[in-house]
Design a protein around this ligand. Structure first.
Ligand code: PGA
Length: 250
């Protein structure tokens, strides 16, 4: 059985004061959740978020991590630094990083290795662009992202790795994949995991949907058999909206 995971991705939003206020308001609203609850926040908010979430069921994550242990990488943050802050999760390979910051499947692989070595759970993002979808390339792109991005990982690594399927055309646009489409594509990713890795890996790996998931569509999406949770951008910035999504089954 896969435990559903609802994770917020705050992107470049919220100051420390706003972080504290949001988590203080959110915590009582999600305390009885059946899903695992995670908030991935900017580096500067991690410590505040950890403190505000102490004693609650909210886990805290980062939005990226560098693969090197230390060194001349101006502006980057290592897995050991995140571990020191007791980060539980880290998002890797988000489409905004792929689009604006030159993220590749190879760097996704290296960052995932670094996270796992530090015992931080990676949320590895995959997904096709609108153009790729229109050209019928969705499956090919996903195959490349999964095979290259997760190359070399073993069964025990997949106890920690979460995959987020986020069609790029659905992110922040208000356009959501239909529940049926999202389910079919996530089913395809699971099929890939079985084919390229192992059937047991396909069965145990949690795969989230992400892209304009909100209070209106979360119940429908979460009803689908293959969808094990959500990676939520915009709607994770508002306590009531995020709590509603977390409590989708209530
Ligand atoms: P969105 O973002 O929910 O605002 O579409 C999702 C994401 O980018 O992870």
């Amino acid at each position: 059985m896969r435990t559903p995971i609802i994770a917020g991705n705050w992107k470049m939003n919220k100051t420390m004061a706003e972080t504290k206020a949001m988590i203080t308001e959110l915590a009582p609203k999600v305390k009885d959740a059946n899903a695992e609850v995670v908030l991935c926040v900017p580096y500067t908010d991690i410590q505040t978020a950890k403190r505000a979430a102490k004693g609650t069921n909210i886990k805290i994550g980062a939005e990226n991590v560098h693969w090197a242990e230390s060194g001349a990488f101006t502006g980057e943050v290592s897995a050991a630094m995140l571990k020191e802050l007791k980060c539980d999760y880290v998002i890797i390979g988000h489409s905004e990083r792929r689009q604006y910051f030159g993220e590749t499947d190879e760097t996704v692989n290296k960052r995932t290795q670094a996270a796992l070595a530090a015992k931080i759970r990676p949320i590895v993002c995959v997904g096709e662009t609108e153009e790729e979808r229109e050209n019928g390339l969705t499956e090919k792109v996903l195959e490349r992202q999964i095979v290259e991005g997760l190359k070399g990982f073993k069964s025990k690594d997949f106890d920690k790795i979460v995959i987020a399927y986020e069609p790029v055309w659905a992110i922040g646009t208000g356009k959501t994949a239909t529940a049926t489409d999202a389910n079919t594509t996530i089913g395809y990713i699971r099929h890939l995991l079985a084919k390229k890795f192992h059937k047991s890996i396909a069965e145990k790996t949690r795969i989230q949907y992400g892209g304009s998931m909100n209070v209106k569509n979360c119940k429908e999406l979460m009803k689908e058999e293959e969808i094990d949770g959500g990676l939520i951008g915009g709607a994770s910035l508002k306590p009531d909206d995020f709590a509603f999504i977390v409590n989708y089954d209530k």
